[in-house]
Design a protein around this ligand. Structure first.
Ligand code: HEM
Length: 512
């Protein structure tokens, strides 16, 4: 026991000497001292702090309140964009963090840094939901090891081998959408139906088991539980930015009880699923196969196995469902764009069965639709903060000392006026080269929705293949009509992921 908590020491404190009436004086004095202390820190942050020269709003340069507020409100993605549009490519978003949107900084912040030490993730980012290190949260060695263990099923060869699984699930989606939409007479909620599809698919790819969301037209409890966990992560990040005791007060006040309940439920569901997977041998090489072999050989513990199962399930389904919902919203909103897409798909193929991962990767307009959806509505919209290592880093020609934070906000970089012409327009032509006079000066290297460098997305190829196939089959089978109640759908908050609203569309079987 530490001497601080020793009752013996406490008994020597002259507590009894303080009269209740004296507290009336001591409390305000304490408050004034506390306020003066924070004011002096704020003054230091604005004047003598090593990052004092960077532009940004007064509240963000002097305290962490601006950043904590944006995280708590769920507007961090849009707020960072607004700051960059106002202050330029480089903005100070907390006293200790600089945000960049010029694409040349991807390499130094997230890349291999030419043999120098890789920048680590800011530990405050994952702390709330990190019971055990994973590929996402582990240190350099842990990350390298888990990445190697998990990589095999994500290779192009393995994906090609499992291509028939993608087709089976997407065909079932088409069938169910036709059935539920009563041949285009009834609206469907595309947000739900993409979650059903991607969750069913990830269940099969990760555990060799179907979750039956499409069969039951019902979200698995797991989806809601995992979104609660993502909310907890963001609110935890907000709390961590606040000074003591406001961090504790905020956490107790702002995080609803249901978030903790769902987070607990999430862990139970993952553990049940992993236990069920341990008892059988799936027909194909699923995502967990290699890790399970290591677990069975006694070289990995159960919490590590189940944490990885959890992150593959969420990372592999929610992100892809979000991208698909965003694509459908922007396509349904602009019949001219959707018309160009359907023309490409319906003329390129004589039969739906001709579609495969290789020839879809040659459909220029389809690829443009996917890139543009990732740009305008990135599934992981916020900034993925990194810490500058000892010795510092040079960014935009300026030295940033070790220990400070740097980041590139996804939504901000992908929608900033200085990176893109007409950033609010959904224009696949930006990527096809059809309008060089308008989009020729876009800084296209800014688009890195799967992040960059050694910790970029392991599922990038799978996600790209899956999304191309779904959009192509949708364009093959359906015309789209956006319901008036879903106009403005993209105005959403985000807590790690977007809080997606229902997306009501009619998917009308094509006539010709
Ligand atoms: C459109 C879909 C997707 C997007 C936009 C996306 C985005 C990202 C991003 C931005 C990261 C980096 C996170 C960070 O720095 O903290 C990441 C990492 C990761 N993603 Fe994805 N992801 C997608 C789909 C998938 C899929 C389908 C899977 C697998 C089933 C997956 C598995 C992973 C894994 C394992 C990591 C950690 C990689 C590492 O740290 O080495 N993702 N993803």
């Amino acid at each position: 026991m530490s001497s601080f908590t020793s009752p013996d020491i406490l008994s020597h404190l002259p507590i009894e000497a303080i009269q209740p009436s004296q507290l009336l004086y001591l409390l305000p004095i304490g408050f004034v001292a506390w306020a003066l202390y924070h004011l002096s820190i704020g003054f230091y942050n604005l004047t003598l702090h090593p990052l004092a020269g960077y532009p940004g709003p007064l509240l963000a340069r002097s305290s962490t309140l601006w950043y904590a507020g944006a995280l708590a409100r769920g507007t961090i993605a849009q707020d960072l964009l607004a700051l960059h549009d106002k202050y330029g490519d480089t903005v100070r978003i907390t006293p200790d963090e600089i945000s960049f949107i010029d694409p040349k900084n991807w390499k130094e912040i997230y890349g291999y840094r030419g043999g120098k030490v890789e920048m680590i993730k800011d530990p405050r980012y994952h702390d709330t939901v990190k019971p055990t290190p994973t590929i996402l949260t582990g240190d350099y060695d842990q990350h390298n090891y888990y990445r190697k263990v998990l990589s095999a099923p994500f290779s192009e060869i393995a994906l090609k081998k499992n291509e028939h699984i993608l087709h089976e699930f997407v065909d079932k989606w088409v069938y169910r959408v036709k059935e539920l939409g009563q041949n285009g007479t009834k609206r469907i909620d595309a947000t739900d139906w993409f979650n059903f599809l991607t969750f069913d698919l990830i269940g099969y790819l990760a555990y060799g088991e179907e979750f039956n969301c499409m069969t039951n037209s019902r979200l698995h409890d797991w989806i809601e539980a995992s979104l609660a966990m993502a909310t907890l992560m963001t609110l935890g990040q907000a709390a961590r930015q606040l000074p003591y005791p406001f961090d504790k007060i905020y956490k107790a006040w702002a995080i609803p009880e249901y978030v903790y309940r769902h987070t607990k439920m999430h862990r139970t569901l993952v553990e049940e699923q992993v236990n069920s997977r341990l008892g059988k041998d799936p027909k194909h090489m699923d995502f967990l196969q290699r890790m399970i072999e290591i677990y069975k050989a006694g070289n990995l513990d159960f919490p590590t196995l189940s944490e990885h199962a959890s992150l593959l399930t969420i990372g592999g389904s929610e992100t892809t469902a979000t991208l698909l919902a965003g694509a459908v919203y922007f396509l349904a909103k602009d019949p001219k764009v959707y018309g160009k897409l359907t023309k490409e798909i319906r003329t390129r193929f004589a039969d739906e069965k001709e579609m495969n991962l290789i020839n879809l990767s040659q459909c220029k307009y389809l690829l443009g639709v996917v890139e543009e959806s990732l740009r305008i509505y990135p599934p992981s919209p916020a900034n993925h903060t990194r810490m500058v290592p000892q010795g510092g880093a040079t960014l935009e020609g300026k030295h940033i000392p070790g220990g400070y934070c740097v980041s590139m906000p996804m939504y901000g970089s992908f929608n900033a006026k200085s990176n893109w012409a007409q950033p609010t327009r959904f224009a696949p032509e930006r990527w096809t080269g059809e309008e060089p006079e308008t989009f020729g000066r876009d800084r296209k290297e800014a688009l890195k929705p799967f992040s960059f460098g050694p910790r970029n997305c392991l599922g990038q190829q799978l996600a790209n293949h899956e999304v191309r196939l779904v959009i192509a089959k949708m364009a093959w089978h359906f015309d789209l009509e956006l319901m008036s109640e879903s106009i403005g759908w993209e105005q959403q908050t985000s807590y790690t992921f977007w809080k997606k609203l229902p997306l009501y569309v009619k998917m009308i079987p094509r006539k010709n």
